[in-house]
Design a protein around this ligand. Structure first.
Ligand code: BES
Ligand code: MN
Ligand code: ZN
Length: 501
């Protein structure tokens, strides 16, 4: 699908449908919606008067124009209350209205820019949010259906119609940026939606190499031998149970080559399938663990966008990738393992494997002299108990960096909620036989997991994002569709842009 900004009046363009909007409570629409209403002899005003159109967020109303406009149909999308309006609303309503056009079988549609009028957003921000909403909302993953329906409905062209030609450059810039960040999130969705039989650690490393080649990033893949040399005993211990060789993906973007310390490290958990290992998970819902590499997918996706948007900052992505399987050589509960930074852990539960592979990835990140670290991981089921699917769990050893990450998330519409890391919780991960234990009992499971990671980020400013509640969606809603969400790719991109701005 292509989104184009065009200078024209919404009442003059000839498309299958044009989308206009309405804030909740408005009785007589103005602007572009008002012009369309007038051309339709007040049809919209009278539907409002009859109570059929309320303007509630996401509400969709279809009107056939019967020759009164060059376009055959008008779709009125509700923007909700004006006081609650922001870029996230633009993403959501653009997603639902573009999906609606697709469902109607409209190949070429047009829309006005939501929010650039009385909404008070600047045109570039509106256009970016619209592009993100449309690309993310129209996403499908259908490659495994045997019947390829050639006449599947697709929205091929979506025209952003703007009367004021002076605004076109800003709209085009916004569309371009929105496309880049949305495509990065869609790459992450694709990787997560792939079955684990396909998206192995080796396949992940091949994808990373392709991204690097296409977008001019440096890439390095550490293999088992290199991991052994570096002493990555925790990552290797998890990998032992699988026939798939582990891979540590390293992607580098050099945006400030003269200033090596101006850098950011993005670390993503890449468990391509989490069976639990010897501490085997129960069968129900285990399929979702094909997405336990969502953190890795997010950092790879983010790097793709960063390479194109070029912030003045050096960014290194590190994605430790392995399966967690219960093979004959698998690690056992009770084993003691050692990370690259020399610290030891007692394996209490082989299903707490994410923190083990991240221990070595964080140690490795520190050895590369990375000055700020953000890790992304589907780390704990407990974070879904705490926050459901409405927020990412955030943890930090550095409040200033945390605030930057949280703000980047808020701008992306990817909410992050901070949980405490009180030192008293550390008692829960004390071991009788090693420096730490990889589980902390029933209470505060997400926090004790974060405290385990903190042993390996040590004194480097670090934020941990637990995305176990948000990496998949069980339903279509706003710009999310069923399956992988691609969170928090856009947050990571915003962060790199903010730090390198
Ligand atoms: N990958 C899981 C966490 C998870 C659960 C992600 C549900 C997405 C959805 C992680 O490796 C895990 O198994 N964590 C255990 C930790 C426990 C054994 C301390 C958990 O949350 O139960
Ligand atoms: Mn696990
Ligand atoms: Zn896991």
């Amino acid at each position: 699908m292509e989104i184009k900004a065009v200078a024209a009046s919404i009442t003059e363009v000839p498309f299958g449908a044009v989308v206009v909007n309405l804030f909740e409570g408005v009785k007589e629409p103005g602007g572009a919606t008002g012009a369309v209403d007038e051309a339709l002899d007040g049809a919209i005003t009278s539907l409002i008067a009859d109570g059929e159109i309320k303007g509630k967020k996401g509400e969709l109303t279809l009107i056939h124009t019967l020759g009164k406009l060059p376009s055959a149909r008008v779709v009125i999308v509700g923007l909700g209350k004006q006081a609650d309006f922001n870029a996230e609303v633009v993403r959501e309503v653009t997603a639902s209205s573009s999906r609606y056009l697709r469902k109607l079988g409209i190949a070429k549609g047009a829309t006005i820019t939501h929010g650039a009028g009385i909404g008070g957003l600047d045109p570039e921000a509106s256009a970016q949010a619209m592009a993100e909403g449309a690309y993310l909302g129209l996403y499908t993953f259908k490659k495994y259906f045997s019947k390829k329906d050639d006449d599947a409905k697709t929205l091929d062209e979506f025209h952003l119609v703007e009367q004021d030609a002076a605004k076109l450059p800003a709209l085009q810039a916004g569309i371009e940026r929105g496309r880049i960040v949305a495509e990065a999130a869609l790459l992450a969705r694709d990787l997560v939606n792939e079955p684990a039989s396909v998206m192995t650690p080796t396949k992940m490393s091949e994808v990373a190499q392709e991204v690097a080649q296409q977008h001019g990033l440096e890439v390095e893949i550490l293999d088992t031998q290199r991991m052994e040399e570096l002493g990555m005993g925790m990552l290797l211990a998890v990998a032992k149970g699988s026939h798939q060789p582990p891979k540590m993906i390293v992607l580098r973007y050099l945006g400030d080559p003269d200033n090596a310390d101006n850098n950011l490290g993005l670390v993503g958990k890449g468990i391509t399938f989490d069976s639990g290992g010897i501490s085997l998970k129960s069968a129900g819902g285990m399929w979702e663990m094909k997405g336990d590499m969502s953190g890795a997918a997010s950092v790879i996706g983010a790097m793709q966008a960063i390479a194109q948007l070029k912030p003045r900052l050096n960014v290194t992505a590190i994605a430790p990738c392995t399966e967690n399987m219960p093979g004959g050589s698998a690690q056992r509960p009770g084993d003691v393992i050692k990370a690259m930074n020399g610290k030891t852990a007692e394996v209490d539960n082989t299903d707490a494997e994410g923190r083990l592979i991240l221990a070595d990835a964080l140690s490795y990140a520190r050895s590369l002299n990375l000055k700020r670290l953000v890790d992304v991981a589907t780390l704990t089921g407990a974070i879904s108990i705490a926050l459901g699917d409405q927020a990412i769990g955030g943890f930090t050893n550095n409040q200033a960096l945390y605030e930057k990450v949280a703000e980047a998330g808020a701008k992306a519409g990817e909410r992050i909620w901070q949980l405490p890391m009180y030192p008293e919780y550390k008692d829960q991960i004390k071991s009788d036989i090693a420096d730490v234990k990889n589980t902390g009992g029933r209470g505060a499971g997400s926090i004790t997991a974060a405290l385990f990671l903190a042993e390996f980020s040590e004194d480097t400013p670090w934020v941990h994002l637990d995305i176990a509640g948000t990496f998949m969606s069980s339903k279509e809603k706003g710009y999310k569709v069923k399956g992988a969400t691609g969170t928090p790719v856009r947050t990571l991109v915003n962060l790199a842009l903010d730090l390198g701005g």
